[in-house]
Design a protein around this ligand. Structure first.
Ligand SMILES: [Zn+2]
Length: 330
């Protein structure tokens, strides 16, 4: 049995209003409209009530803007892990060359560290965008883990849904041709693994359903809850049981829109479940996280990575460490 299988991690991608408008190709994002002052206090209160400490992936551009400073500082002050979610939040990061990527990651790191006092050691690409150059840059900069991979076959479907009513064309559309990944991403490992030698960077994939590889993170559960909350939570409960059976230590994520609804008037109606009131969404998130905490010891992603690393150094047969060499299926 995997000795650290009772551990699970939880993270929050602090995507802002402007970043969703930008990806969708809507005008107005250039002034960086922000809902952080609405959503951050709501989320911090929710987590504090449940005594949860998690990882927040912060966008560098938001840390660089004075209007978001207080919200981002509050996250760090509450004791959460701060990680890097790129500077410009462009989900076509995989198309950047090494030099541009290094500048992007470093710029985010500098601004995030200045605001929070925490230098990130974890990274997640926007929209799960990912490349081998990302791994090179993160290793060179001394990062402990990457959390950008999302092993699902549903990426192309999510892309279709997201861009269905956008007005993008030409290069802008071309940039987004791999938004949310390709079918091949469904074949990536579910359990944590090392990219290279024993000293190398760890990958902590966003967990999907064992075997079927359908998403199980909260935004997907909320999408399902638009049809039936009971069914959505039953699916989530089954998914957690399957992780247990597969000896898999899961890593799930949250997004701001899991806590915002139609009553918050932030627009973004093209997003699944944005037609629901925030109270209804938060009720589903609350119940799902209650189940998650009942089944696992929920920790930040860095603690998850360190537990996996410690188990591997003891030569325990930890799941996911059967790949001592570089993952090459990029
Ligand atoms: Zn994001």
């Amino acid at each position: 049995m995997n000795p650290w299988a009772s551990i699970a991690s939880l993270s929050f991608d602090l995507d802002n209003q402007w970043s969703y408008l930008k990806t969708h190709g809507d005008s107005g994002w250039q002034t960086f409209p922000s809902y952080l002052d609405i959503v951050v206090p709501r989320v911090l209160e929710f987590l504090a009530k449940r005594r949860l400490r998690i990882t927040f992936f912060i966008v560098g551009q938001d840390a660089a803007l004075g209007k978001n400073r207080r919200s981002i500082q509050a996250i760090s002050d509450a004791g959460h892990e701060i990680a890097n979610h790129s500077f410009s939040h462009e989900p076509w990061l995989h198309a950047y060359d090494r030099q541009r990527l290094e500048a992007e990651i470093t710029r985010a790191e500098v601004h995030i560290t200045a605001v929070t006092g925490q230098r990130p050691v974890g990274f997640r690409g926007p929209g799960f965008s990912f490349s081998e150059a990302t791994i090179d840059v993160l290793e060179a900069r001394g990062y402990v883990y990457d959390a950008s991979t999302f092993p699902t076959f549903l990426g192309p479907m999510a892309r279709f849904y997201y861009l269905l009513h956008s007005n993008l064309a030409g290069k802008e559309l071309d940039d987004r041709k791999l938004l949310f990944g390709s079918l091949r991403d469904g074949l990536r490992p579910l359990a944590p693994y090392r990219w290279r030698s024993s000293a190398g960077l760890l990958e902590i994939p966003v967990t999907t359903l064992p075997v079927l590889r359908s998403p199980i993170h909260l935004s997907y559960i909320l999408f399902l809850s638009g049809f039936s909350s009971t069914l959505a939570l039953a699916y989530f409960r089954c998914a957690l049981r399957l992780c247990r059976l597969a000896d898999l230590s899961p890593s799930l994520l949250l997004h701001p829109l899991d806590f915002l609804g139609i009553d918050d008037n932030v627009g973004l109606r093209f997003f699944p479940a944005m037609q629901l009131p925030s109270s209804q969404k938060i009720k589903v998130v609350d119940e799902a996280l209650r189940l998650y905490c009942e089944e696992f010891d929920v920790v930040p992603v860095l603690a998850h990575a360190n537990a996996a690393k410690a188990a591997a150094s003891l030569q325990l047969p930890a799941a996911g460490f059967r790949r001592p060499c570089r993952e090459i299926d990029l």
